[in-house]
Design a protein around this ligand. Structure first.
Ligand code: NAP
Ligand code: MG
Length: 501
C-alpha cells in the first residue's frame, strides 16, 4: 500500500491486445471518487505475476461515506415502481452482453481463469440480471384471512445492505448480490475481493449507463480488514451478505451479532461428494466429474472434491477419469482452447500445494498431477488422489483447487454415510441411470443442492446455498427475495356494518 496520485481511470492493455479504460476509484453515488486517504494497492495478474494496475483502497471512513449514500438512496428506490427497477436491470443485462468480450478478458486477466470460463461467467451474469428484472413486480406480500373483523396483509420491506464477495467468480458473485438488491428495492455497499477488484468497478460504470439512480449500488475495493470488517459491523446496515471461507463467515456473523444484529446470509465452503453408481452412464459421468472439480481451476465452493465410486465400475471410472484429467489443456488462459487457467493468487497456489504435500505425507497416492506447471503464472496440474482415508486433511478440508480424492464403496448405504461424513453441506452429485436410486440417495444427503447426472449446473431460477457449515440463506430463485427483504405484517381492525366486535 502506498500514497499515490493514481488517476481515477487508467489505460490497461490486456494480453489479447485490447486496450480499455479501467476505473480505479471507489464507486459511490454513481461517481468514481478518491478515498479520503488516497491509499492504493496493486492488482496482480495470476497469468504473468505482473501488476495490471493499482486501484484505490477503501478504509473505514470510506465505508461510512458509502453507507450514507446507500441510506440516502433508500427512501426513493425502495418505493419506486417495480417497472422502473426492471428497466435498469434489463438495460444492465444488455450492457453486460454488449461488453461481454471485454468483461471476460478483464476477468481472465485479473483472476487467471480461462477465457472459456470467463465467457461462461459473463453470460450467466447477464442471464441473472435479466431473471431479476422479471422478479421486480413479483415480490409480493400475502392477504391473510382471520375473519371479517380484521384485514391483515404482509409486505416485503427492502433493506440497506452490505455485501462482501470473493475472488473466484468476481463478476458472477457480484451479479448474485446486486440482482436481488436492484429487484427488491434494496440498496447496498459491495466490497469486491482484494485480489480481483477490476470487473466490479467496470460494472459500476455500466450501472450508471443503465440509468441506476445514484447511491443505490456503491462498489468499493479494499481488504477484508478494515473494509470488510467495517461493513459487517456497521450500525447503519440492516443486512450483510457474504460469500467466502467458513472461517471469515463466522467472523461476519459475530460482528453482525455484536453490532446491530443485522440480517446475515453466508455462502461458504464445501467438501462436496460426487457419487458414481455401477449403473451410471460412464462417459457422461466422466464429463461431469471433470466439470465438478476442474472447472474454474477447482476454485469453486461447490466443487465435487470427493468422488465416491461403486466397486463394480471403480477401475473403469478411475482409468477414464485419469485420462480425461491428463487431456485437460492447462496454461495460457487467453487461448480459446484452454480449459484450466491459473490459480487466482500465489497464496492460493501455495495453499493448494501444501494440501498436496499433506496428502502425500499422510499416505495418499497421486494418480495424476500434483505439480505446479513450469514458467510464469500460478498454474497447477489437475490432480487426483487415491488410497485416501476419511480422516486425512485432503478429504476433510476444503482445498479450493483442482485436487480430488477418490473413495471406493460397495453399498448404497455406505455411499450415503460417506457422503454425509463432513461438516459441510453445499452440494452433492449423484450419477446413476436408476431414478428411484437417485431420489432415494438425494433424500438422504445433507446438502443445499443435489445434482443428478450433471454437476456445477446453475440456473437463475434454482436457489443455491448450504446446509451446516456451508452457510445460511439462499441465493437466486424466488428464495433470495426473502433474504433481501423483511416481512412487515399489518393488521387492521374494521368496523364494518354487520361485523361483531
Ligand atoms: P475470504 O478471506 O473468506 O474472502 C472472502 C471475502 O471476505 C473477501 O472479499 C475478503 O477480503 C473478505 N474478508 C476477509 N476477511 C474479512 C473480515 N474479517 N471481515 C469481513 N470481510 C473479510 O477468502 P480468501 O482468504 O480469499 O480465501 C480463503 C479460502 O476461502 C479459500 O482457500 C477457499 O477455501 C475459501 N473460499 C471460498 C469461497 C466460496 O465461494 N465459498 C470463495 C473464496 C474463497 P480480502 O479480499 O481482502 O481477503
Ligand atoms: Mg482473504
Amino acid at each position: 500500500m502506498k500514497l499515490a496520485d493514481l488517476p481515477l481511470k487508467v489505460k490497461v492493455k490486456i494480453p489479447t491486445g485490447r486496450e480499455y479504460e479501467q476505473p480505479t476509484g471507489l464507486f459511490i453515488n454513481n461517481e468514481f471518487v478518491y478515498p479520503k486517504q488516497k491509499k492504493t494497492f496493486d492488482v496482480i495478474s495470476p497469468t504473468n505475476e505482473e501488476s495490471i494496475t493499482s486501484v484505490y483502497e477503501a478504509l473505514e471512513e470510506d465505508v461510512d461515506i458509502a453507507v450514507e449514500a446507500a441510506n440516502a438512496a433508500y427512501p426513493r428506490w425502495s418505493t419506486s415502481p417495480p417497472a422502473v427497477r426492471a428497466k435498469v436491470l434489463y438495460k444492465l443485462a444488455d450492457l453486460i452482453d454488449e461488453n461481454a468480450d471485454l468483461l471476460a478478458e478483464i476477468e481472465t486477466f485479473d483472476n487467471g481463469k480461462s477465457l472459456m470460463n470467463s465467457k461462461g461467467d459473463v453470460a450467466l451474469t447477464a442471464a441473472y440480471f435479466r431473471s431479476c428484472a422479471g422478479w421486480c413486480d413479483k415480490i409480493l406480500g400475502n392477504l391473510i384471512n382471520t375473519g371479517a373483523t380484521h384485514l391483515n396483509y404482509t409486505q416485503r420491506v427492502p433493506l440497506v445492505c452490505g455485501q462482501i464477495i470473493p475472488w473466484n467468480f468476481p463478476i458472477l458473485m457480484l451479479s448474485w448480490k446486486l440482482g436481488p438488491v436492484l429487484a427488491s428495492g434494496s440498496t447496498t455497499v459491495l466490497k469486491s475481493a482484494e485480489s480481483t477488484p477490476l470487473s466490479a468497478l467496470y460494472v459500476g460504470k455500466l450501472l450508471v449507463e443503465a440509468g441506476m439512480p445514484k447511491g443505490v449500488v456503491n462498489i468499493i475495493s479494499g481488504f477484508g480488514n478494515p473494509a470488510g470488517a467495517a461493513i459487517a459491523s456497521h450500525p447503519k446496515l440492516e443486512k450483510v451478505a457474504f460469500t467466502g471461507s467458513t472461517a471469515v463467515g463466522r467472523k461476519i456473523m459475530k460482528a453482525a451479532a455484536e453490532s446491530n444484529l443485522k440480517k446475515v446470509t453466508l455462502e461458504l465452503g464445501g467438501k462436496s461428494p460426487n457419487i458414481v453408481f455401477n449403473d451410471a452412464d460412464i462417459d457422461r459421468t466422466i464429463q461431469n466429474l471433470v466439470m465438478a472439480i476442474f472447472y474454474n481451476s477447482g476454485e469453486v465452493c461447490c466443487a465435487g472434491s470427493r468422488v465416491l465410486i461403486q466397486s463394480g465400475v471403480y477401475d473403469e471410472v478411475l482409468a477414464k477419469f485419469k485420462k480425461a484429467a491428463e487431456s485437460i489443456k492447462v496454461g495460457n488462459p487467453f487461448d480459446p482452447e484452454t480449459f484450466m487457467g491459473a490459480q487466482a493468487s500465489e497464496i492460493q497456489l501455495s495453499k493448494i500445494l501444501n494440501y498436496i504435500e499433506s496428502g502425500k505425507g499422510q499416505g495418499a497416492k497421486i494418480l495424476t498431477g500434483g505439480q505446479r506447471c513450469q514458467g510464469k503464472g500460478f498454474f497447477l496440474q489437475p490432480t487426483i488422489f487415491t488410497d485416501v482415508k476419511d480422516d486425512m486433511k485432503i478429504v476433510k478440508e476444503e482445498i479450493f483447487g483442482p485436487v480430488v480424492s477418490i473413495i471406493k464403496f460397495d453399498t448404497v448405504e455406505e455411499a450415503i454415510a460417506l457422503a454425509n461424513n463432513t461438516e459441510y453441506g453445499l452440494a452433492a452429485g449423484i450419477h446413476t441411470s436408476n431414478i428411484n436410486q437417485a431420489i432415494h440417495v438425494s433424500n438422504k444427503i445433507n446438502a443445499g443442492t443435489v445434482w443428478i447426472n450433471t454437476y456445477n449446473d446453475f440456473n437463475p431460477m434454482v436457489p443455491f446455498g448450504g446446509f451446516h457449515s456451508s452457510g445460511i440463506g439462499r441465493e437466486m430463485g424466488e428464495e433470495v427475495f426473502h433474504e433481501y427483504t423483511q416481512c412487515k405484517a399489518v393488521r387492521i381492525k374494521l368496523s364494518l356494518p354487520g361485523t361483531k366486535l
